[in-house]
Design a protein around this ligand. Structure first.
Ligand code: NAD
Length: 505
């Protein structure tokens, strides 16, 4: 636990000020003048006054993005130039990675090690997308019709509304921002109300990199008052959303009337499956990394731990013992292993699910209570929690908690492992722990999830596609095809001299 002198220096006092949103290259307040406050989850301390955007601000921002797109300036900027700006942005992010990481930590309490690494990596990600942009091309296609030239071109989709969550504010924004900019789209970004200022700082770096006014706009505010009018705006061509499955449904409904394009990265209840022949030490660490990293506030969290019958008791006992020793504390202290939950609402939700687990008859092996790991005793901490003997059909096993709570479930053979793993509405990720490579490969193919890991957990890289099966999402982000979600393919037919005929003419 951190001592008081450490606490008194950890807060960046300069962040306690008035912020502005970015519309059309200008830093503005909300037209209503309304603001809201951020909260440092380690100390439950309010800071900053952030504009609370409403429908009138949304309209202004979408019009700005529309103008920047429809004028043709940005979409027709040569790909090499768009790529050059992305590279410059990547370099700026790397130079400011420590600052950007600290802002996010003050917003959501994620640990310094993971946040710094992840933010620094966005530089390489931007450069990777720049390479894709330089290689973006249509095709010449042979139809077999005589005297006919047939080809495709790739054109930018238009105005993108990027709506993002609080758990990895800049990483999950980058998944949308880089390919959208690279493809020639313009954006209106609505970050989570829990983590707005990191996105504002990134937008400042976009301006510094040289993206023209109106290409990147940021509206800060709440989901209902800023997000909902944004995604319903007729000037928006595409919604790129990361957030809850409930939020995803709202996005689809908003886009339905205008057949708007949508990509969704939603929730999960991912199975982490341990077979009896696994390297048990490794699998125990993998189970902990799966659910306790980022305090369980990760869409891909291994929240359902499926363990083969013959090792179940021993495995869950060892996991519970290890969980009890995890060191909770200041996210800026590099020796901390588990940070706070990101906000008060999340604290309430996690504690509520712990009660649900108990009332459903699951056996509590570790944790299960609010902890007071900050020196001020006010932070949003929950002790890492392990439930055993969980019924896969119970709410504890079926609903996303988004916290450090794992539900351990017993299985007897491969067929039952597959059945239990797939018996859920989500399909974001899954992991298998075994030394049997044929078993691993069979499982990898039978699991209904967008990502399957074998003998590892929570690996993500900008070169590998990421997205969900079932109610975990729609479309894929990252990887070599990331630009597909931000372009339309146009087919062009040019007759090279055939005469037109119709009926007997
Ligand atoms: P959330 O759905 O509550 O909010 C996400 C964003 O949508 C926020 O900016 C919010 O203000 C906005 N929003 C909410 N309701 C809206 C509405 N009706 N119209 C327009 N905008 C609206 O999610 P959250 O609590 O910020 O994030 C946690 C969720 O995100 C979890 O379910 C998690 O699994 C998911 N997530 C998924 C991935 C992934 O890649 N699949 C990654 C991270 C988080």
């Amino acid at each position: 636990m951190s001592n008081l002198s450490h606490v008194s220096t950890r807060f960046d006092a300069s962040s306690d000020r008035d912020y502005r949103m970015l519309i059309d290259g200008e830093w503005v307040t909300a037209q209503s003048g309304e603001t809201f406050r951020c909260v440092d989850p380690y100390e439950d301390r309010e800071w900053g006054r952030i504009p609370s955007a409403g429908a009138e601000d949304v309209d202004r921002a979408v019009r700005a993005a529309r103008r920047a797109f429809d004028s043709g300036g940005w979409p027709q900027t040569p790909p090499a130039q768009r790529a050059a700006l992305l590279r410059r942005l990547g370099d700026l992010i790397e130079q400011h990675a420590d600052e950007l990481a600290r802002i996010q930590i003050q917003e959501n309490g994620k640990l310094i090690g993971e946040m710094s690494r992840g933010t620094f990596m966005l530089g390489a990600h931007a450069r990777y997308v720049a390479g894709l942009v330089e290689n973006l091309h249509g095709e010449t296609i042979e139809t077999g019709f005589p005297n006919m030239s047939t080809s495709t071109v790739r054109e930018p989709l238009g105005v993108v509304a990027a709506v993002t969550p609080w758990n990895t504010p800049l990483g999950l924004l980058a998944w949308k921002l880089f390919p959208a900019l690279g493809a020639g789209c313009t954006l209106v970004i609505k970050p989570s109300e829990v983590t707005p200022t990191s996105t504002l700082r990134l937008a400042e770096l976009c301006m510094q990199a040289g993206f023209p006014p109106g290409v990147v706009n940021v509206l800060t505010g709440y989901g209902q008052t800023a997000g909902a009018p944004l995604v319903a705006h007729p000037g928006v061509d595409k919604i790129a959303f990361t957030g809850s499955t409930q939020g995803g449904r709202a996005m689809l409904k908003s886009a339905a009337d205008r057949i708007g394009r949508v990509t969704l990265e939603l929730g999960g209840k991912s199975p982490n499956i341990v077979f009896k022949d696994a390297d048990i030490d490794n699998a125990v660490h993998g189970a902990m990394a799966g659910i306790f990293a980022a305090t369980g506030q990760t869409c891909m969290g291994g929240s359902r731990l499926l363990v083969e019958d013959s090792i179940y008791d021993e495995f869950t006992r060892r996991l519970a013992a290890a969980a009890e020793t995890l060191r909770l504390g200041d996210p800026l202290d590099p020796t901390t292993e588990v940070g706070p939950l990101a906000c008060r609402a999340q604290l309430g939700k996690v504690l509520e699910y712990i009660d649900i687990g108990k009332s459903e008859g699951a056996r509590l092996l570790a944790g299960g209570y609010r902890d007071h790991a900050s020196a001020t005793r006010a932070g949003f901490f929950v002790r890492p929690t392990v439930f055993a003997d969980v019924d896969n059909r119970s709410r504890l096993a079926q609903e996303e908690i988004f916290g450090p709570v794992v539900a351990a479930i017993r299985f007897t053979d491969e067929a039952e492992a597959v059945a239990l793993a797939n018996d859920v509405d989500f399909g974001l990720a899954a992991a298998v722990w075994t030394r049997d490579s044929a078993l691993a490969q069979r499982m990898a193919r039978r699991l209904r999830a967008g990502t399957v890991w074998v003998n590892t957990y929570r690996m993500v890289h900008h070169t590998m596609p990421f997205g969900g099966f079932k109610q975990s999402g729609l479309g894929r982000e990252l990887g070599p095809h990331a630009l597909d979600e931000y372009t339309e393919t146009k087919s062009i037919w040019i007759d090279l001299g055939n005469r037109q005929t119709f009926g007997r003419r």
